[in-house]
Write a protein that binds this ligand. Structure first.
Ligand code: PMP
Length: 308
């Protein structure tokens, strides 16, 4: 998906012109994947743009950095302000937000500890991640032949840039085979997540999603959807799933900042349920989008407005 350029990027404490937000080719992170990042969205509300779950995302960024012994040279509060500032500066009503902390230029070799830590917060307009009609029509997915990296090799609890090369293998395999997205199994053959989304199934009106111990990312949309579903009266379980659980589900959907709540209509060429967005998925989507718009006071805390 091509990036839509905007005016400014927040880089190491300042707003710089989009085209000047550059790094040296010998930056550590380019060679060794030594960065941690977040994907966040800001939504349009009656009070202007508001960032969805900003605190949760920044908390996860700091947890990811801690795992890799990376001291981010800005506080949580400073990055809240940086995010608000860069959305305002680009006059965006809704956008995707990409905070990234990475090991920069100055040291080579695997040891990252002496390389500087650079921090950027970039924003750009981004529509539906898995295609124009995906939110209504659903997507076709394939169980990848690539396994999710194991918890004791590259921990899924951290969102580090380098580990995404595992997702890249699965994503490209699925696209080349004619599908929209992949889901990876762990070494035990249990479902983990998509290349950038968590997975849920609905069966007999009960929602199930794999536990994070299976090796999926502790997705913020996943937690949000579990809360929304429970508030709507559904039973939600975190239990291991195998691929046949997806084939036999009444409904199946992805959750993620980019993918939001995207129905899965086919898994490995088997139709899921009726083959289109099911009623539970639809109900969750409307609860989700009403909260992102700021229309439900119960979830007001999930939004950080970019203007005071
Ligand atoms: N799994 C993976 C591998 C991801 O990259 C993402 C996107 N961050 C997710 C799940 C969904 O997480 P979130 O809801 O926090 O965006």
């Amino acid at each position: 998906m091509p990036i839509t350029e905007v005016d400014k990027i927040w880089m190491d404490g300042e707003l710089v012109d989009w085209k000047h937000a550059q790094v040296h080719v010998l930056s550590h992170a380019l060679h060794y994947g030594s960065g941690v990042f977040e994907g966040i969205r800001a939504y349009e509300t009656a009070r202007g743009a508001a960032v969805w779950h900003l605190d949760e995302h920044l908390r996860r960024l700091f947890r990811s950095a801690k795992l890799y012994h990376m001291d981010i040279p800005y506080s949580h509060e400073a990055l809240v302000e940086a995010t608000r500032q860069v959305v305002r500066a680009n006059e965006l009503h809704a956008c995707y937000i990409r905070p990234l902390a990475f090991r920069g230029y100055g040291e080579m070799g695997v040891n990252p500890l002496l390389a500087p830590v650079n921090v950027v917060v970039a924003v750009w307009p981004w529509g539906t991640y898995l295609g124009e009609d995906a939110l209504e029509q659903g997507v076709r997915i394939k169980i990848s032949s690539w396994r999710r990296n194991s918890q004791n090799a590259l921990p899924a609890g951290a969102k580090a840039t380098g580990q995404y090369i595992n997702s890249v293998l699965a994503k490209v395999e699925s696209l080349k085979a004619g599908y929209d997205e992949a889901i990876m199994l762990n070494e035990a053959g249990q479902i983990t997540d998509g290349s950038g989304e968590n997975v849920f199934i609905v069966r007999d009106r009960v929602l199930t999603t794999p536990p994070t111990q299976a090796g999926c990312l502790d997705g913020i949309t996943r937690t949000t959807v579990m809360s929304l579903a429970r508030d709507l009266g559904y039973v939600v379980r975190e239990e291991n799933l195998v691929r046949t659980d997806l084939y036999n589900a009444d409904e199946c959907f992805f959750t993620g900042t980019a993918a939001e709540i995207t129905p899965i209509r086919e898994v490995d060429d088997r139709t899921v349920g009726e083959g289109h967005r099911g009623p539970v998925t639809k109900e969750l989507q409307s609860a989700f989008f009403s909260a992102t718009k700021g229309d439900n006071p119960r979830y007001a805390d999930w939004l950080t407005y970019v203007r005071d």
